[in-house]
Write a protein that binds this ligand. Structure first.
Ligand SMILES: Cc1cc2nc3c(=O)[nH]c(=O)nc-3n(C[C@H](O)[C@H](O)[C@H](O)COP(=O)(O)OP(=O)(O)OC[C@H]3O[C@@H](n4cnc5c(N)ncnc54)[C@H](O)[C@@H]3O)c2cc1C
Length: 491
């Protein structure tokens, strides 16, 4: 029998893979392959997986290789370089030719780079008369299946979600195949190490807090979530000091667990309690829907009127440097803004490769509104530091917070980081964990140290400007600056 190539991409697991289930049943030999081609991710590789995401990928590939060995197979690893005649399409064409493969199977991707890659592969295979067969979906449903009555894509979440709720349940979970038939001869593989996905200096040691990015890690995260956290999700999901959310985003990003499985298992556990969680999974589908239909949005606002918004840039796309903007951006990245909740969120991100959703909104709003820095500065920083970096979700999140995307928070609605802090970290536990230099302050004082009387600061060992920074921008000043810029844009 001619072998089939299974091209793994962001679906690095054996469960819930309709193509692999079918191939295992047919007994056809399968050659599983993963191609590391970062230069193909966006124009000039600008959305190549960032440093934290590469760590997650390394773990996922290690686990996938082991899982394949367990079912009598192997993972062939390849890397391509940014040269003409190189790339995933050329690699797969040449592999298909050498193996005399009958077809290549894959799970489709919905992002622009993934789709372009598939088109290139299809083109390259045409001369060999071999098909590229897509099965499965990285979302609950493919993005082209949801359309408004006038056949245009959705731009508002609520009607999108209502439409999703009318659909048949997503694909049922499938067990991993017990055995995959091996080809007569195996092609050569690069060792995982040679993809150089791990950092040379071990700054990623804190990433272990999320657990390993493996299917077993994903199942463990799901098992801990299906209980009190799911039942208490509507309230618990907003308290960053608690494990009130599933923390499955990293596992979803590289496909360690399928979103269809989450949908089914959460609903099987408790269909009523699952609803708010399923709604968040639908936000993920909404992000994919927007990115699919509006491919330009990773770098340009969906709402075109924001194209001329007077954002600040540390260095503008035209190469103009703004030292004050660069200083503010650096302070934000390093959790040194003088706003305890913002700093706590940014430090959690740096240390663990993950940040709570409430904090993503607070730090994002602070960056684009109080500091008026371009949302792309934040999106790129997140892209490099998040283990769960996902182009659709990151674009959706940043444009939502900047007020320039679909169904976005209106620009004039500005999160106050102190009010957010008092409301969502009322006990101060989150701030104390990530900003230990303020830990001895009374809870009443913790959220706004600049308002604290000198004696209270001294007795808590806090020296403003020495042990903890002064606020880099005043709350009123930042808010007024944002509103003035918005008024200017509307003229
Ligand atoms: C500025 C900004 C940037 C973001 N960047 C990313 C990113 O790069 N990757 C990413 O996966 N998420 C991103 N998010 C969305 C959200 O913050 C994370 O998905 C969530 O915090 C992950 O934690 P969890 O798995 O515990 O979520 P849970 O609350 O347990 O939710 C379950 C799953 O639903 C999906 N989900 C939840 N909230 C959202 C949302 N608001 N938008 C889209 N999907 C959602 C995620 O896949 C998540 O894993 C971003 C949000 C903002 C505001």
């Amino acid at each position: 029998m001619r072998p089939i190539i299974y091209w793994f991409r962001k679906d690095l697991r054996l469960e819930d893979q309709p193509a692999l289930t079918g191939l295992a049943r047919s007994g056809q030999p399968v050659v599983p392959v993963f191609i590391w081609a970062p230069h193909e991710e966006g124009e000039d590789g600008q959305w190549a997986p960032g440093a934290a995401s590469r760590v997650a990928l390394h773990q996922a590939l290690g686990a996938l290789g082991a899982a394949l060995e367990g079912v009598g197979s192997r993972l062939i690893l390849a890397r391509t370089r940014p040269a003409a005649g190189s790339g995933a399409a050329n690699f797969l064409q040449s592999m298909a030719k050498t193996l005399n493969a009958a077809a290549i199977h894959c799970t489709p991707r919905f992002d622009p780079a993934g789709r372009a890659q598939e088109e290139n592969v299809e083109l390259a295979l045409r001369s060999l008369g071999i098909p590229l067969i897509r099965q499965g979906s990285p979302g609950l449903y493919p993005p082209w299946e949801s359309r408004k009555a006038d056949a245009t894509p959705y731009r508002v979440f609520t009607p999108f979600y209502k439409n999703l709720q009318t659909k048949a349940p997503p694909a049922l979970p499938l067990a991993a195949p017990a055995l995959l038939a091996a080809p007569a001869t195996w092609p050569a593989s690069e060792p995982l190490k040679s993809l150089a996905l791990l950092p040379a200096i071990g700054w990623d040691s804190g990433f272990a807090a999320l657990g390993p990015n493996t299917p077993a890690g994903g199942r463990a995260a799901l098992a801990s979530f299906l209980g009190a956290p799911l039942r208490n999700y509507p309230a618990g999901r907003d308290v960053p000091s608690q494990a009130g959310t599933s923390r499955l985003s990293m596992h979803l990003a590289w496909g360690q667990i399928s979103v269809q499985r989450l949908w089914h298992e959460a609903r099987a556990f408790d269909p009523v309690a699952a609803e708010p969680f399923v709604r968040q999974l639908a936000w993920r589908d909404f992000g994919q829907h927007l990115l699919y239909h509006f491919e330009h949005t990773p770098t340009r606002p969906l709402d075109a009127k924001f194209a001329g918004f007077p954002w600040r840039w540390p260095e503008s796309p035209e190469g103009h440097a703004d030292p004050a903007a660069a200083r503010d951006f650096k302070a934000w990245c390093h959790g040194q803004t003088g706003y305890p909740l913002v700093d706590a969120g940014m430090r959690e991100l740096w240390a663990t490769g993950w940040m709570h959703n409430r904090l993503r909104m607070v730090v994002g709003s602070f960056l684009v509104k109080h500091l008026r820095l371009h949302w792309l500065c934040g999106a790129r920083w997140f892209w490099d530091t998040l283990m769960d970096a996902d182009l659709a979700n990151n674009t959706l999140g940043w444009q939502w917070i900047a007020g320039c995307g679909a169904d976005a928070a209106p620009y004039f609605r500005i999160f106050n980081p102190v009010t957010q802090s008092r409301r969502f970290d009322a006990s101060g536990a989150y701030i104390r964990r990530w900003v230990p230099e303020l830990a001895n302050l009374d809870t009443a004082h913790l959220h706004a140290p600049w308002e604290v009387p000198p004696l209270a600061l001294a007795s808590a060992g806090v020296m403003p400007g020495v042990t903890y920074p002064h606020p880099i921008v005043g709350l009123t000043q930042g808010r007024d600056g944002a509103l003035a810029a918005y008024a200017q844009m509307r003229v």
